[in-house]
Design a protein around this ligand. Structure first.
Ligand code: UDP
Length: 455
């Protein structure tokens, strides 16, 4: 059977690159060859973090290549307005040139493109070059369905054509039987108080226009987590949870996609902690704290009087409060999160509710304290608290701060709730069944997708 060469194109953010790197690994395991396209900026980080960890990659399986992101070297790559504008104005041309160069060298013939939903314009490039394509969405099917329905939501008068909410719209329900979504939680409205959401909304609308050029829509979810959405939108193929395979000796680099070097010293530290004792605290790759909130969190962790493993990224340029002792904790700049969550010492996860973190926590049966910051995290929080009913929410006080007392109170409440723990373990069983070798659901969907790729 022929070996298809698949070009994989993530949006340039950690929470998009990671799951697409794992998807690439799965495609390789199923007999495909992958060309993984990062932006130049992220490519340098990925290659450097792999080199520091002495992880190498078999280029006959996955080749890492890159294109410019259209930004200046010093531009803020967490400024999504800038990122979206530069992406749409420069990357389609760069991608087309990259593919033509690859074909020109005669080494590879790209048979298929899998592009991130947020890079769906790549389907236009694919169509122009006569290549078939699929879309991948690294978040919930519910948010995918909402975005796909933006034109309908405008036509039905649910939202305005600039993405703003009608004052009369309180909740959105895409179809009868589906969960009602708080209209204020539409992710482009949650990009931050000072961010102009309009260019981000326009960018997403542009991406939605290309969706129907894609043959398949893949999503990092499972049927059991989102049965109603997946039943109503059968074109969305659940292939989650996308988890790194650490054991497979044939696997490509275990850390592929990580922008930062993983600090493995925390695994040894975890080995020394009692089972079910450690609070894991991590807020993904983008969230930044202000100093007051950072202080409350640090003091809150002390106050819990329990061991904690806390990820404080180096771009969080903050100082620890003078009263902070931290003697029960371990602080790292970047953790091997999936390994950490799988460690028996972990008791719970204080999280910003990024979808990858959510899926990783669910797959390990770890109860969550939810502390969402922006974008679709607000919806994810509602979903895991209200629909799955396995999490508690950290609530800000009148000064918009989650206080140290709130952290202690909710952590104690969470850890003493036996039902919540049992429900988390139940969900774990259901979710990971999807990815076992003989598994149904997501495993079947990936097998079906690859079979179709090879046909
Ligand atoms: N992650 C990690 N080490 C850390 C923190 C996060 O490997 O110390 C990974 C995590 O496993 C996840 C990704 O970074 O795959 C973060 O994605 P998520 O969607 O949770 O949040 P985002 O970064 O997009 O806000």
């Amino acid at each position: 059977m022929r070996v298809p060469t698949v070009l994989v194109l993530p949006f340039p953010a950690q929470g998009h690159v990671n799951p697409m790197a794992i998807l690439s690994q799965k495609l390789v395991e199923h007999g495909c060859r992958v060309i993984f396209v990062n932006t130049d900026f992220n490519h340098t980080r990925v290659v450097s973090s792999m080199a520091k960890q002495q992880h190498s990659i078999d280029e006959s399986q996955i080749k890492l290549v890159s294109v410019p992101d259209g930004l200046e070297p010093d531009d803020d790559r967490h400024d999504f307005v800038k990122v979206c504008e530069a992406t749409i104005s420069t990357m389609p041309t760069s991608l087309e040139k990259l593919i033509e160069d690859i074909h020109g060298k005669g080494e590879d013939r790209i048979s298929f493109i899998v592009a991130d939903f947020c890079m769906a314009w790549a389907m236009d490039v694919a169509a122009k070059l006569g290549i078939k394509g699929a879309i991948f969405w690294p978040a919930s099917a519910a948010v995918f369905a909402t975005m796909y329905n933006i034109p309908k939501l405008i036509d039905d008068g649910v939202i305005n054509s600039d993405g703003s909410m009608l004052t009369t719209t309180k909740t959105i329900q895409l179809s009868p039987g589906m969960l009602e979504m708080d209209a204020g939680a539409l992710f482009w409205l949650k990009m931050g108080d000072t961010v102009n959401f309009k260019p981000i909304f326009d960018y997403m609308v542009r991406c939605v226009q290309s969706l129907n050029l894609a043959e398949e829509w893949l999503c990092d979810t499972t049927y059991e987590l989102e049965p109603r959405v997946l039943t109503y939108f059968p074109k969305i193929l659940s292939i989650g949870p996308l988890l790194r395979s650490y054991d497979n000796t044939n696997a490509t680099s275990r850390s592929l996609g990580q922008f930062w070097e993983e600090d493995l010293s925390c695994m040894k530290w975890l080995d020394q902690q009692p089972h079910g004792s450690v609070t894991y605290v991590a807020f993904g790759s983008i969230t930044l704290f202000d100093q007051n909130q950072f202080n409350e969190l640090a003091l809150g962790l002390d106050l819990t009087n329990r061991p904690f493993l806390w990820v404080v990224r180096q771009d969080n340029k903050l100082t620890y409060p003078s009263e902070f002792q931290g003697h029960k904790g371990k602080i790292v700049a970047w953790a091997p999160q999936q390994k950490v969550l799988n460690h028996p010492a972990i008791s719970c996860f204080i999280t910003h509710c990024g979808w990858n973190s959510t899926m990783e926590g669910l797959s390990n049966g770890v109860p969550f304290l939810c502390w969402p910051y922006f974008a679709e995290q607000i919806y994810n929080k509602s979903y895991i608290c209200d629909e799955l009913k396995v999490r508690l929410e950290l609530k800000p006080n009148e000064n918009k701060l989650v206080s140290q007392w709130e952290i202690k109170k909710k952590l104690n409440q969470l850890l003493s709730d036996e039902q919540m723990r049992a429900r988390s373990l139940e969900l774990k069983e259901i979710v990971v069944k999807n990815v076992s070798d003989q598994g149904s659901g997501s495993s079947n969907n990936i097998r079906r997708f690859v079979k179709w790729l090879k046909s």
